[in-house]
Design a protein around this ligand. Structure first.
Ligand code: AR6
Length: 207
């Protein structure tokens, strides 16, 4: 047991504070609202069923959140990743989490944005979120945290990525609410925390 591990019980369900700065885009659904959290910090500390990794196609490690996950998990993660034959953009592969407090890592590969976001990139990012949730439910995992995929080194504008993330999770939960207990949006930058706080009321409005 390590004191800096964060169990699910310590991660509050998201609840909006103050006036919503955004018009709702979906109906009020308190059941879904209770399944959402916004966690600001290091995803590798979360003691939950699965954390998603914003990896690259080799799955052999890298910088950013990928680097943090591999550092925390230790060399056995890289060893298992080496048996997976990589991963295509928009797809996901699941592994153990080894030295991390989570039970599994779901590795996904986001799109690289060169100049502006097109249909292809948006669809690929949507696929990342969808397939992470689908991989979790297929494996009977009920609590999952997802970082801001593609918005670091891969250059996806965070203000556009947040909409894809929230929309995809909302739609997935509407179809599969009985299969998941919690989806945690894990933000690392203050600017992303603010973006999510602004946009969450549009996708998960309160009654
Ligand atoms: N916990 C949560 N989020 C984090 C952490 C952490 N410990 N560290 C960084 N972030 P990035 P990408 C945030 O660049 O854009 C790697 O080299 C970060 O602030 O990690 O999908 C891979 O191997 C940002 O908001 O992922 C690939 O080559 C978000 O994670 C490439 O980067 C994603 O930033 C993938 O690029």
């Amino acid at each position: 047991y390590r004191v800096d591990f964060i169990p699910l019980e310590k991660i509050p369900v998201w609840s909006p504070s103050g006036d919503p700065s955004c018009k709702p885009r979906y109906k009020v659904n308190e059941e879904l609202n209770r399944k959402i959290s916004l966690f600001s910090g290091d995803i590798t500390k979360l003691e939950i069923d699965a954390i998603a990794n914003a990896a690259n196609k080799t799955l052999l490690g890298g910088g950013g959140v990928d680097g943090a996950i591999h550092r925390g998990a230790g060399p056995l993660l890289r060893k298992e990743c080496g048996t997976l034959n990589g991963c295509e953009t928009g797809e996901a592969k699941i592994t153990g989490a080894y030295g991390l407090p989570a039970k599994h890592v779901i590795h996904t590969v986001g799109p690289i944005v060169h100049d502006s976001v097109g249909e292809r990139e948006e669809q690929a990012l949507r696929n990342c979120y969808y397939t992470c949730l689908h991989t979790a439910t297929k494996n009977h995992l009920r609590t999952v945290a997802i970082p801001c995929i593609s918005t670091g080194v891969y250059g996806y504008p965070p203000d556009q990525a947040v909409e894809v993330a929230l929309r995809t999770v909302r739609e997935y939960l509407e179809q599969n609410h009985e299969k998941l207990d919690r989806v945690i949006f894990c933000v690392f930058l203050k600017s992303d925390k603010e973006l999510y706080e602004t946009m969450l009321p549009a996708y998960f409005p309160r009654g």
